[in-house]
Design a protein around this ligand. Structure first.
Ligand code: CTP
Length: 404
């Protein structure tokens, strides 16, 4: 389940050595549910074949606009008319120039000209070509017209030089596609959502901290699902090993106190807050300025003091939809209901962290969603992204109800 499901995407491939990476992109987009039609420039056909794309998409791949017209006379314009998103990856300097100037010299540039769908372009070329004012002017024009330009990244290029010109990473491109689709078709457009993730770290000294097992995956999944549905998402995250999701504003924090400050700030003009972070309830009373040495001590006693309850501090914020998470090891529903009441939440997502497939770091979760009215929605075990989607369905319903 992604916002790509059933979407008609035209993948334009231009003639760069990075063209081979487009086969993987086509495969990923297809696996995420999109219907991908590929259009290759003549130069792209020197690096990869239409058959490579047809093999992974199960759909036609085109190169020649005249040959295409022989089988279906309107095809040369139909691709553009029917597309819901046009992704050009890799985009060479020549293709960028054609797109910027509105030339329709080949099927790819023609398709980009006769579509009204969002355009995502991912440049890949030699660094000198990328940095040339001609290319920079073309890119600026495309941006000005609303195209999303993703990359290029700095790295080792085919020429052996190191510089800007590498095709953006696969995850970045897929994130940009989902972001662009959300901006055009999402049901949470115009909504500002704050999401927290990860486990806070409370310093003992400069090298040690009190922490927990949260991986951050659930919160990141909520942030991505919000983005995919068109919301403007701010992700306040404690340290995690996860990459920044494309199109999400990421605010990095470490401690519960830092998270509190960042969340209060971000919630000032937000419509909803989803607190998926595992916030430490206590922190060391003092954080030693220098590393604590082992010395000859047989024991070390840490004094812990209470951290602020972030959700508790937002009780008086009017109109904000508040969602909490309750990770429990016993009495799941009773404990979650108590938190829902005490923290004055609209929803609480409860999960038993000892259940199989539900623990910290897992890619799946099995949750029960409870609301103020006492209704319980028990979901089967599913991917964290799917859980996030269900939670946002409920948030969308609450936001709809709050419209006056
Ligand atoms: N939470 C918070 N501030 C805290 C602790 C928790 O905002 N200082 C939020 C969490 O992000 C989560 C919800 O409150 O959405 C419930 O967190 P949990 O740790 O389960 O609740 P606690 O109130 O800490 O209760 P307990 O530790 O006793 O289970």
């Amino acid at each position: 389940m992604y916002n790509l499901t059933g979407r008609r995407i035209v993948l334009g491939v231009a003639g760069s050595i990075a063209a081979y990476k487009a086969v993987d992109l086509a495969s990923q987009l297809t696996q995420m549910g999109a219907r991908v039609d590929t259009v290759l420039t003549e130069a792209a056909g020197r690096f990869v074949t239409p058959l490579s794309f047809t093999s992974v998409t199960g759909r036609p791949a085109y190169t020649d606009m005249f040959a295409a017209s022989e089988t279906a006379p309107e095809l040369h314009v139909q691709l553009g008319h029917q597309a819901e998103l046009v992704l050009v990856a890799p985009a060479t300097a020549t293709t960028l120039a054609r797109l910027a100037l509105g030339m329709a010299e080949d099927l790819l540039s023609l398709t980009a000209l006769c579509t009204r769908a969002p355009l995502v372009v991912c440049p890949a070329m030699d660094a000198y070509m990328w940095e040339h004012p001609a290319t920079q002017d073309n890119v600026a024009r495309l941006r000005q017209r609303g195209a999303l330009v993703v990359g290029p990244e700095v790295g080792r290029l085919a020429s052996g030089h190191v510089g800007p010109g590498r095709l953006a990473e696969r995850e970045t491109i897929l994130g940009a596609v989902r972001h662009a689709l959300g901006q055009r078709y999402g049901d949470l457009q115009g909504k500002r959502i704050v999401v927290t993730a990860g486990g806070t770290q409370e310093p003992i000294d400069p090298v040690r901290y009190v922490g927990n097992h949260s991986s951050g995956k659930m919160g990141y999944a909520v942030a991505e699902a919000g983005r995919d549905r068109g919301a403007q998402v701010t992700l306040v995250t404690a340290p995690t090993a996860l990459p920044d999701p494309y199109g999400v504003q990421v605010v990095r924090v470490r401690t519960a106190c830092e998270m509190r400050d960042a969340v209060l700030e971000a919630c000032r003009d937000a419509h909803a807050l989803v607190m998926a972070a595992a916030v430490a309830d206590f922190r060391p009373a003092v954080s030693a300025p220098q590393k604590i040495k082992r010395g000859t001590a047989e024991a070390l006693t840490l004094e812990l003091v209470r951290n602020p309850d972030i959700l508790g501090e937002l009780k008086d914020v009017e109109g904000l939809v508040k969602v909490g998470f309750a990770a429990e090891t016993q009495d799941l529903v009773a404990n979650a209901e108590k938190k829902l009441r005490e923290k004055d939440l609209d929803l609480i997502v409860a999960n038993d962290v000892t259940a199989p497939g539900s623990g910290f770091g897992a890619d799946t979760n099995k949750v029960v969603i409870l609301d103020r009215s006492g209704k319980r929605e028990e979901l089967p075990i599913m991917g964290k992204y799917e859980v996030a989607w269900h939670v946002l369905d409920r948030v969308a319903g609450l936001l709809e109800g709050r419209k006056t």
